[in-house]
Design a protein around this ligand. Structure first.
Ligand code: HEC
Ligand code: HEC
Length: 289
């Protein structure tokens, strides 16, 4: 295997790998930097040639409008929509009302570089931003179990990040569930628009804590797929199993109480018996006299 094929087969591994490659390909610095920026800030909502996520597929998009329109739009999408721009309003309608956020650090130069990147990637048969291809077939029980093991940390994450369980819980987890620092993920599958959307989100999490945890230690696609399988199964379970939070703790406490009552009872009975035995023996010995 040459270095180039290693690079090609592994190129979807995410920002850390891109970061490493940045060090070894200094010549391509600017383009690589823009690609890393796109992966971190745009790929959770957009593919290039992989279909719609929350936002539209960007393949060939630069041919649809003037470059200046896109540069203005990227600076402040909300202002464009609120200003009543008919094309922006149509996009918002197609996105079922979601408006693109203004991305921090967006300058006209950055926007221009991103449009160049989108154009160059659109010309490729398979863009590096095509996203994960996930079939529509049901996930296998083995995939779901692998996802649960990764979630719970019985299987370690290859990047070395802490297990999801330390901050998140889902209805599928037995016992007392997981941590409470992050939101309950029972319904996140639907919230992030299903398989494609959730997978894209997990490959490059865009929120503060998640980015801090996984920015440098990204999940690989071999980990994202089973995690999506597990979270999809959780969402299905969540739909027919809406346990109020805290009920499990209550049941646990009640269980503990029952154990205490039973064992107190046993100890008490034992004591009664030994007291009675002494009394009986005493009477017998007197009766025998
Ligand atoms: C949170 C999701 C989200 C993120 C992150 C995001 N976008 Fe968008 N994007 C959208 C949505 C939704 C639309 C549709 C327009 C609207 O409703 O605002 C859109 C529209 C666009 C369009 C116009 C598409 C068309 O068909 O004309 C471009 C270009 C674009 N985004 C580029 C980017 C780039 C580049 C980034 C990263 C710097 C980015 N987006 C980040 C959600 C997002
Ligand atoms: C150190 C704590 C921590 C760990 C570990 C962690 N998360 Fe998170 N996660 C959070 C927090 C906090 C949020 C809320 C958004 C934010 O601040 O990033 C979040 C948000 C999310 C969301 C978005 C939820 C939503 O409703 O939008 C998903 C999906 C998610 N995490 C999945 C995972 C998965 C899968 C793992 C394990 C591979 C994981 N997280 C590991 C803390 C964590």
């Amino acid at each position: 295997m040459t270095l180039a094929t290693v690079f090609l087969t592994r190129r979807r591994l995410g920002a850390a790998v891109v970061g490493l490659c940045l060090l070894s390909w200094p010549v391509a610095g600017q383009a690589q930097e823009t690609a890393a920026f796109f992966r971190q800030n745009c790929a959770n909502c957009h593919t290039i040639g992989g279909g719609r996520l929350v936002g539209p597929d960007l393949k060939g998009v630069t041919a649809l409008r003037d470059r200046s329109w896109f540069i203005q739009f990227l600076q402040n999408p909300k202002a464009m929509t609120e200003g009543g721009d008919p094309y922006a309003l149509k996009l918002k309608e197609e996105a079922r009302g979601v408006v693109m956020p203004t991305i921090p650090g967006m300058t006209p130069e950055r926007a221009g570089a991103l449009l160049d990147l989108i154009e160059a990637e659109s010309a490729k048969e398979h863009s590096q931003f095509e996203g994960l291809t996930i079939s529509d077939k049901p996930f296998t029980p083995a995939e779901i179990a692998r996802g649960e093991a990764l979630f719970a940390g019985t299987l370690r994450l290859s990047g070395g990040a802490p297990a999801c369980l330390s901050c998140h819980t889902t209805v599928s987890l037995g016992g007392l569930g997981g941590g409470r620092l992050g939101p309950d993920l029972s319904r996140v599958f639907e919230r992030l628009h299903g398989r494609k959307g959730l997978a894209a989100w997990l490959l490059a999490p865009a929120t503060t804590t998640m980015r801090a945890v996984f920015g440098e230690r990204p999940l690989s696609s071999e980990e994202v797929l089973p995690l999506v399988a597990f979270l999809e199964a959780s969402a299905k379970r969540g739909a027919d199993d809406q346990r109020p939070q805290g009920l499990e703790l209550l049941l646990f406490a009640l269980g503990g109480l029952a154990v205490c009552v039973v064992s107190f009872d046993a100890i008490w009975k034992g004591r009664l018996r030994s007291v009675r035995r002494a009394l009986v023996e005493h009477t017998r010995s007197r009766g025998g006299k």
